[in-house]
Design a protein around this ligand. Sequence first.
Ligand SMILES: Cc1cc2nc3c(=O)[nH]c(=O)nc-3n(C[C@H](O)[C@H](O)[C@H](O)COP(=O)(O)O)c2cc1C
Length: 271
Amino acid sequence: MSNFLELSKSRRSVRTFDKNRLDDSVINELKQFADSITNPYGVPVRFVFLDKDENDLSSPVLSGEKTYVSAVVKKTEHAEEAYGYAFEALLMHAHEMGLGTVWIGGTMPREKFEEATGLAANDLMPCMSPLGKPADKMSIKETLMRKGVKADSRKKFEELFFEEDFNTPLTEAKAESLGLKDALECLRVAPSAVNKQPWRVIINGNEAHFYERHDKGFTTPDYDLQKIDVGIGMYHFEKELAASGKTATLEVKDPGIKAPSDVDYVATYRW
Ligand SMILES: Cc1cc2nc3c(=O)[nH]c(=O)nc-3n(C[C@H](O)[C@H](O)[C@H](O)COP(=O)(O)O)c2cc1C
């Protein structure tokens, strides 16, 4: 099993922390890694590390956390996909360092986080995450929250992945024979808002067409949270594909495949 597949499978959202402040050396390592993050759209994503007490910040779903990282992007074309891709790169690195994180796009006092982050004109800060060592035991509210969104379950391969068109589901066995099972599995277990798993992928030869299946209630006037989910999924897929020796490039060119009415094309990976 590749290191990234193992990391993808062992990741879960962490909402209960051990109440300890992270060492400066840990925060500095994260900052250095953050500076190195790129994304296939070339849209800059800026990370701001925030101390809970200095900025008087909190979130109703978290406990025991001392540090947050928020991410900022300009309101521009493909901002959401780039944002999901880049922020997930940072959060997976934090997971690899033994830290707990959780994407927070809703359950926070947004104005306070935006003020502490410092937004310039046209800046968007759709999400933030706490950073810290997970507590030994989850809080009751975290356990209930996980149950509420069925956080431990995922849709089957056949519901998310297809071959050539949306009428032909891709089985795990077929994905295996194409050498794509691990990359698709890394994508399948990725986090998404309310665990809706909006990503849909059509495999066609050496191409993977990514689509977004829309649920109600995820768009704001400024951004679409589920498109951020698709960016997260793209990061997982591309990273595992690279681990299996396939270098993929991204292109936005709708192949014109007939899609269900609530499903929109996002981008294509080719390797
Ligand atoms: C874009 C995005 C926004 C999210 N917003 C919140 C949030 O506001 N509050 C929260 O508790 N969890 C939030 N989550 C975490 C999801 O609920 C979680 O990823 C999902 O239930 C799957 O659980 P897992 O991450 O443990 O696999 C968000 C996740 C994503 C990707």
